[in-house]
Design a protein around this ligand. Structure first.
Ligand code: SF4
Ligand code: SF4
Length: 247
């Protein structure tokens, strides 16, 4: 949480309403500087019915964290239109059903801690009251918890927490900057899922692992299982952790 956030808890009343009647409609989709998670990329590419390569190339930019060497994928905003999101339209978000987790959360931010003993996750929330957003001060009677339910954000948070766990593992085992080849594995297995799948099956990447046929079929046909496998693959290739083959 940063200093300009107001800490809130699940039972706090939001006093916030976002709708297309607000003068600021779509303003939050401009001046973008928005990082995407692997699960965001998965949902967006499937929404558009295109491959991960095509999505990443057309709609995102890639850079590497200067200290960590981790890949950072961001929306490629349109400089001729106020750096707006490539998916915003006058009617609103054209990928609403599959919009990223951070779009669902706004104007809330979420941070987590995980107990090393029990694995239990503790969530913390903060409200970002930005001047351009005119949704504040409206009494809807919704608590933070009810707002989050309405945004259908639980699945995104659950999947995105796996990335947070992976990054904290990286920071413990490989502090400092990843080398180029390590960063490439991270990018391939988490973000460029269709290319990863292609390499698994065309280059027989898994031949030494004796993976049961039923799991191979799931990796071949199910993006969610492929992404979970990608996380295991990064743990194996970068940190030497045995493949769990968990789904
Ligand atoms: S700026 Fe705030 S109120 Fe306006 S559309 Fe975005 S989230 Fe809704
Ligand atoms: S994905 Fe949708 S909600 Fe998110 S910034 Fe783009 S247009 Fe706005």
């Amino acid at each position: 949480m940063t200093e300009d956030m107001i800490p809130v808890n699940p039972d706090t009343l939001m006093q916030f309403d976002c709708n297309c009647e607000n003068k600021c409609f779509n303003d939050c989709c401009r001046d973008l500087n928005q990082a995407l998670t692997p699960y965001d990329v998965l949902r967006l590419k499937n929404n558009l019915g295109i491959s991960s390569q095509d999505l990443l190339k057309a709609y995102t930019s890639l850079h590497y964290g200067p200290g960590s060497g981790l890949p950072v994928i961001e929306f490629k905003p349109n400089p001729d239109k106020g750096y707006e999101c490539p998916f915003v339209t006058p009617q609103g978000c054209s990928v609403y059903k599959d919009r990223p987790g951070s779009c669902r959360m706004y104007p809330l931010a979420r941070a987590i801690t995980r107990s090393r003993q029990t694995g239990e996750i503790q969530e913390y929330f903060g409200l970002i009251e930005e001047p351009h957003c005119k949704g504040f001060g409206k009494k809807t009677g919704q608590t933070v918890k009810q707002w989050l339910k309405g945004q259908n954000v639980d699945k995104h948070n659950k999947e995105n927490d796996k990335l947070i766990e992976l990054i904290s593992l990286k920071n413990r085992i490989l502090p400092g900057k990843l080398e180029g080849a390590q960063a490439d594995i991270f990018f391939l297995a988490l973000y460029d899922l269709d290319e990863f799948r292609g390499q698994i099956f065309e280059q027989d990447l898994l031949k030494e692992f004796n993976i049961p046929d039923d799991i191979l079929v799931k990796i071949k046909t199910d993006d969610q299982i492929l992404l979970n496998f990608g996380i295991d693959w990064v743990k194996h290739r970068l940190f030497g952790i045995e493949l769990s083959l968990g789904e």
